[in-house]
Design a protein around this ligand. Structure first.
Ligand SMILES: C[S@@+](CC[C@H](N)C(=O)[O-])C[C@H]1O[C@@H](n2cnc3c(N)ncnc32)[C@H](O)[C@@H]1O
Length: 217
């Protein structure tokens, strides 16, 4: 069954349960973002979250972390209900440099003016695209990530079988692993990769990925 817009809103409900697998994974993502900010150079930083959903990962860190006010963030999310959630959540914070863009994060054009970023979040993306799209996306990360910038990403569901190929693609694209956290049963992976290469000029042409019709939870 293809997901409806309402489904992608409801997809976040397990994050509200302290004992859910998703909340356990989310805590590792938040720790990964926090550790990345701990190590970031002084000055303003840019962050982009592709398929941000309700940004349960990035927003709490921006609110709590001492560097949170130094971040100019773009949240790219296709589902308008999630965008409404984001606007509501942002309205109750003192954050003023977070932009919500209702757009297709699979379209290169959606990143206009915000890349290369110091921090790119791709959480839940590889879990919902096929390996071919994952490899194509990783092959263009040198346009999206600044030198010494970081990618925080997750995968799970059936796509966990592609994790070794995805990790190899990151290495081939000039990204070094900073941290890899696997679930005890290896059902999910939370990873941080640092870009050790030189950025290529961003092109607004083309498609990075499209979600599979049958998504992963
Ligand atoms: C698996 S959820 C991940 C949400 C969040 N990144 C997280 O890990 O908690 C995927 C999100 O991507 C959104 N989405 C799906 N296809 C998209 C696309 N092409 N561009 C932008 N957002 C998309 C969905 O609406 C959903 O909120």
């Amino acid at each position: 069954m293809a997901r409806t817009e309402q489904d992608w809103y409801a997809w976040h409900a397990p994050y509200d349960r302290l004992d859910s697998v998703e909340t356990g994974r989310l805590e590792h993502v938040q720790e990964a973002i926090s550790a990345t900010l701990d190590a970031a150079p002084p000055g303003r930083l840019s962050a982009v979250s592709a398929c941000s959903g309700q940004a349960r990962d990035l927003l709490p860190v921006l609110i709590d972390h001492p560097r949170g006010r130094d971040i100019d963030a773009l949240l790219i999310e296709l589902e308008p209900l999630n965008a409404s959630f984001l606007h509501g959540a942002l309205g109750s914070t003192a954050l003023t440099s977070v932009e919500v863009l209702v757009a297709d994060a699979g379209a290169a054009a959606s990143y206009a003016g915000h890349v290369p970023a110091d921090l790119l979040l791709m959480c839940g993306v590889f879990a919902n695209i096929d390996l071919k799209a994952a490899l194509r996306t990783i092959g263009r990360l040198d346009e999206l990530v600044a030198p010494a910038g970081s990618v925080v990403w997750t995968t799970y569901g059936d796509s966990i079988d592609d994790a070794d190929d995805v990790l190899a693609a990151f290495a081939a694209a000039g990204f070094a692993p900073v941290s890899l956290v696997w679930a005890a049963d290896r059902s999910w992976l939370v990873s941080v990769h640092r870009f050790d290469g030189e950025s290529r000029p961003w092109s607004d042409e083309g498609v990075l990925f499209a979600f599979r019709p049958s998504p992963e939870l």
